[in-house]
Design a protein around this ligand. Structure first.
Ligand code: AMP
Length: 424
């Protein structure tokens, strides 16, 4: 026997019991997006490395430390996508959409790749569902995007266990001035701050607020906050967004320390956390990126979006005891000989053309007793037994697995019978 091959660290196989909740969140997300006029977009898993270097910024941890980057056979530097926004922006520009439509709304779902230290809720291949909206710069557009996520929490029963944090990270007008103030302030804390934060003072001072070490975090209350240095336009945008959320009855908390890890965010930045989930409690995050389209070679088109981590959402749902509604198997045909197996397959296919219920055939060739035991174990509602006697009579024995009651039903009446019992 050859040596077993195991999955790569930080990646996971998913089986049916887990996938039920996956399908649920994915289908609810798709339904909500389609109902709000978003259209789906699927971009490649591989992109030119430059796309992420330019959009996320060279100093971003994702770019500097976490990307899966390799050279292809022609020497082109390629990266597995670590996030979804930059690829969607690239595709939007490449398709010439900014010139064709005043605004566009996209949603996507799929795997992302980051070389992180795996732990619960943090993987090297993880999955995101996200939206990107182009061409709208008003706070109402921010509100609309946030309302979509809110609708998802509501649909999944997560509204009470999710907290929305909100901040403004300023714009090109006010941020440089604020950064000067912040750097001057941070210089005084050099001896207290960790090594990485000391580096951030020169590479990307705003990221100091992303630091997880308690010693650095303890100093945060003393640091100047970006929201206190926002220009008039950013302040107005932010207060209108808050007003919009209030009028939609969407609860939020102001978090002046929320800066998000990526370079491209401007003005609104937001994050949803799951209550009581420990260190990996960030469910979703997003914000406005009004310069990203032009930075990636397109015209000046504003953008806004968010991405949520499917694995984190599923962990949060499990912690809250939320489960996808399970569809039980309605019928299991139990054929008692090979001739009956053919007949059962024919009847199964005929029935499946008429109903969306789960209908299976047991092709094991096992004894009736074993087949019945199996049907009962898997929660089947009706076992339809066919042997030679039933074939000769042109009928099946229908056994109600919950009451044990048995009835003979002619082949031609099965569909009708099933429809009736399902409407009872
Ligand atoms: P980000 O693109 O970093 O803003 O992340 C958006 C969301 O993706 C986060 O809130 C997490 O839910 C999820 N996420 C990010 N990185 C990982 C990871 N390595 N493993 C699992 N989920 C992740």
């Amino acid at each position: 026997m050859g040596q077993k091959i195991t999955a790569i660290k930080g990646t996971h196989d998913l089986f049916e019991t887990e996938l039920r909740n996956w399908r649920w969140i994915e289908s609810e997300f798709c339904k909500l997006c389609l109902a709000r006029g978003y259209s789906e977009i699927r971009t490649p898993y591989i992109e030119p490395t430059e796309l992420f270097v330019r959009s996320l910024g060279e100093s971003a941890t994702v770019v500097g430390k976490e990307m899966y980057t390799f050279q292809d056979k022609k020497g082109l530097s390629i990266s597995l996508r670590p996030e979804g926004t930059a690829p969607v922006v690239r595709a939007y520009i490449e398709a010439g959409l900014p010139q064709q439509t005043a605004f566009a709304r996209f949603f996507y779902l799929g795997p992302m790749f980051r070389y992180e230290q795996p732990q619960k809720g943090r993987q090297r291949q993880f999955h995101q569902m996200g939206v990107e909206v182009f061409g709208l710069s008003t706070p109402a557009a921010d509100c609309d995007v946030i309302a979509l996520a809110d609708a998802l929490w509501r649909t999944l029963g997560m509204l009470d266990t999710t907290v929305l944090l909100l901040n403004s990270v300023g714009c090109d007008l006010c941020r440089p001035h604020y950064l000067q103030i912040l750097v001057t302030h941070l210089q005084k804390y050099r001896s207290i701050l960790c090594k990485e934060c000391n580096e951030r003072i020169t590479t990307n001072p705003l990221r100091v607020f992303d630091c997880k070490t308690s010693q650095c975090r303890a100093q945060f209350p003393d640091f100047p906050k970006i929201i206190d240095h926002a220009c008039a336009d950013c302040s107005t945008h932010f207060s209108q967004l808050c007003h919009g959320l209030d009028s939609l009855h969407i609860a939020y908390e102001l978090d002046p320390l929320l800066v998000r890890g990526l370079d491209y965010y401007k003005r609104s930045a937001f994050e949803w956390r799951a209550k009581g989930l420990g260190s990996q409690d960030a469910l979703a995050g997003g914000g406005r990126y009004d310069k990203l389209v032009s930075e990636l070679g397109g015209p000046e088109v504003p953008g806004i979006g968010f991405a949520l981590g499917c694995e984190r959402l599923l962990i949060a749902m499990e912690a809250a005891g939320l489960k996808a509604p399970v569809q039980t198997r309605l019928i299991d045909f139990l054929p008692l000989d090979s001739e009956s197996q053919w007949l059962a397959l024919r009847l199964q296919n005929e029935l499946l053309r008429m109903t969306a219920h789960i209908i299976t055939v047991n092709l094991s060739g096992a004894s009736l007793k074993t087949q019945l035991k199996n049907a009962s174990k898997s929660g089947v509602r009706y076992a339809l037994i066919i042997g030679q006697a039933e074939r000769d009579a042109g009928e099946v024995i229908c056994k109600d697995m919950s009451t044990g009651e048995q009835k003979k039903i002619p082949f031609t009446d099965i569909a009708h019978y099933i429809q009736n019992v399902c409407h009872e």
